[in-house]
Design a protein around this ligand. Structure first.
Ligand code: FES
Length: 109
């Protein structure tokens, strides 16, 4: 299914697939989204760094701060906000909700 509206939640994974401390990259419309489980809370951001397209899901996570593996920019995965250079632009973040054991996300697709 291809989401077309920003408020349409789409199931992208099951909670079993992402235990605490883990992450998973899923296809969401035409984008790749990294979903993180931080102590039972799920967050989703686009898997492409806004600096130079680094694969964010491969970055080191410290709490909710994600470090891009390519040049070290950091982002808050709760909001997508850029926290440190060299990236200057926030990464798109997605709303996440859990329905039964489904992880559903909504946002720009
Ligand atoms: S690509 Fe992410 S900091 Fe450069």
């Amino acid at each position: 299914m291809s989401p077309t509206q920003t408020n349409e939640f789409i199931a992208v994974a099951s909670t079993d697939e992402i235990p605490p401390g883990e992450r998973l990259v899923v296809e969401y419309g035409r984008r790749w989204v990294a979903i993180f489980n931080v102590e039972g809370s799920y967050y989703a951001v686009e898997d492409i760094c806004t600096h130079d397209d680094g694969p964010l899901a491969e970055g080191r996570l410290d709490g909710c701060t994600l470090e891009c593996p390519r040049h070290g920019a950091t982002f808050d995965i709760r909001t997508g906000k850029v926290l440190s250079a060299p990236a200057l632009v926030d990464v798109p973040a997605y709303a996440v909700r859990i329905v039964d054991n489904q992880i559903q996300i909504a946002g720009r697709a």
